[in-house]
Design a protein around this ligand. Structure first.
Ligand code: GLN
Length: 546
């Protein structure tokens, strides 16, 4: 019988967007670096069953796990920091909790009882909170609670934490509250009152936080830490300062300096005298800080006002850049802004072009134009999901001469449906959780660029889409110079296209960005950066582009 897991809850107060996900991932990293097995889960208080149906403008990117769960983008941070996969069980929403309880009620499982928030909803929350801990695979379960303490939606979660604290005891359950200590310019002072109020509200709901992590732009110093501790009923060493960091990847080291991991281990009665082995993490940071070259990559998408919409792609470039000792400057390009007249100006100085995933018609012609330009000017190109589909459409129209070729997603009556709905999708009416989701195998063609990039013939990548390359046109494409270099061995669906006559042109139907981590930069991003460096060195500055 494995010893019971320790449960750590991370809540937020005062303001949203303080970075609970990064604090959770950083603590997990420190515990992992001490040899513990850790996982992180996120409980989101909104009523959507999962974020799969949300517009990226709402909560940013939808992250996809190996087992095909559509999840909050924080799970991406968890995987990138810990280098271990998460699953369906790692992200739970209020919608999912209520769905389960209502299904049980319909089945008659509650035996005639009145079904209520306490105990039925809170029991289901607690059951889910303990699920991963009961698997016996982890010594620590870190649970991040979305939203801020004081929100109406958060109440059942706080109540579940209150009950669990009582049931598990202080040796097995701990609460970290992340708050903000604002600096008032006019007074020239850091202000602790909002934190005091937030903790007071938490106490009114029955929970005394054990550790406070205080986001601040200026160092708190001993006196303020003591003051916060005194007013919030927390020992001074458990008041941790979290100053703004240069990058999210610095946060584990800053938290180590502040002793967050030691305080947590002490309070949970665990050994804490060894030091975390962060060597490979520090090497990564060193390479990130000391680049030998710089490239500029254009990311063409339609949600670029909100950088979180492409979080995993941006992070993948950081990993791949560090692996190649290359600083990757991102130029965010709105696909709706691109026309054939202005593109050479917009693309001036780019060393590589990535066309992003997406849904629907808006901005689609700009993406196609971006690909035409990259193809003709031999600029390294990586198309992801919709980006790959646009590469197919562009090639059909401009190389094969298929006028008005399109994806049936945007133009159902196109004379050349080069991208079309998968067979299994034709009768699907519900939008939630019904795409082709999660990991699928792919076989790479001998002598292809894809095979050189991956260095092995069989790969597995994560998916999130409804539309596919239309295999009725495969022969036309291959004869004209765009080949399917990766296919699904079971159903022959095209997973990767490339143009052998181009220095580096790859479109992938899957999402490589979900699998890039600090310890394992993704080979496609890494090779794309290498190709971009090569392109930079081969093009004379100021050269005219077509
Ligand atoms: N909208 C396209 C599809 O559903 C592409 C999806 C994506 O880019 N993730 O197939």
């Amino acid at each position: 019988m494995p010893s019971p897991a320790k449960y750590i809850f991370v809540t937020g107060g005062v303001a949203s967007s303080l970075g609970k996900g990064i604090i959770s991932a950083s603590l997990a990293k420190l515990l992992q670096a001490r040899g513990y097995s850790v996982t992180i889960q996120k409980f989101d208080p909104y009523i959507n069953v999962d974020p799969g149906t949300l517009n990226p403008y709402e909560h940013g990117e939808c992250y996809v796990t190996e087992d095909g769960a559509e999840t909050d983008l924080d799970l991406g941070h968890y995987e990138r920091f810990l280098n271990i996969p998460t699953s369906q069980a790692n992200n739970v929403t209020t919608g999912r909790i209520y769905k389960q309880v209502i299904e049980k009620e319909r089945r008659g499982d509650y035996l005639g009882k009145t079904v209520q928030i306490i105990p039925h909803i809170t029991d289901e929350i607690k059951r889910r909170m303990k699920l991963l801990g009961e698997s016996g695979r982890y010594e620590f379960i870190i649970t991040e609670i979305g939203g801020t303490v004081g929100d109406i939606e958060s109440l059942p979660y706080i109540e579940a934490i209150r009950q669990l604290k009582l049931e598990l005891g202080s040796q097995d359950c701990l609460v970290i509250h992340l708050t903000l200590i604002p600096f008032l310019n006019a007074a020239g002072e850091l202000k602790t009152k909002p934190t005091q109020h937030s903790v007071k509200m938490f106490l009114e709901q029955g929970v005394q936080p054990d550790v406070l992590v205080c986001r601040t732009e200026h160092s708190l110093g001993k006196d303020l830490k003591r003051k916060v501790g005194l007013f919030c009923n927390v020992s001074e060493e458990a008041v941790i300062e979290s100053m703004d960091a240069r990058s999210i990847y610095d946060v584990p080291l800053l938290m180590e300096e502040e002793g967050l991991d030691v305080v947590v281990l002490k309070k949970l009665g665990m050994p804490h005298h060894n030091t975390p082995d962060l060597n490979s993490w520090k090497q990564f940071l060193h390479r990130l800080r000391h680049p030998k070259s710089t490239v500029t990559i254009g990311i063409v998408g339609k949600y670029i006002e909100l950088k979180d919409a492409y979080k995993s792609i941006a992070e993948s470039f950081i990993h791949a850049g560090a692996a190649n000792e290359c600083k990757v400057e991102i130029r965010w390009i709105h696909s709706e802004d691109i026309t054939s007249d202005n593109i050479s100006g917009i693309f001036e100085g780019l060393h590589g072009v990535l066309v992003a995933p997406g849904f629907g018609e808006r901005g689609i012609e700009g993406k196609i134009e971006a690909i035409r330009f990259a193809r003709l000017n031999k600029i390294p190109f990586l198309g992801i999901c919709l980006g790959m589909q646009c590469a197919v459409i562009e090639f059909a129209r401009n190389v094969l001469g298929f006028n008005n070729a399109h994806s049936t997603e945007m133009f159902s009556d196109t004379p050349y449906p080069v991208i079309h709905l998968q067979e299994g999708q034709k009768n699907v009416t519900h939008k939630g959780g019904t795409m082709r989701l999660g990991a699928y195998p792919c076989e790479l063609k001998p002598e292809s660029l894809a095979l050189r990039v991956y260095g092995r013939p069989s790969i597995s990548e994560r998916h999130r889409h409804r539309y596919e390359f239309n295999n009725a046109y495969l022969e036309d494409f291959e004869k004209a110079g765009m080949i399917a270099s990766g296919v699904n061995p079971e159903n022959r669906l095209v997973e990767i296209v490339e143009i052998p006559g181009h220095p580096w042109f790859i479109g992938v139907q899957f999402h490589p960005e979900y699998k890039s981590t600090v310890d394992n930069p993704h080979p496609l991003f890494s090779a794309f950066i290498q190709a971009s460096v090569k392109h930079q060195n081969s093009v004379p500055t100021g050269a005219q582009l077509a």
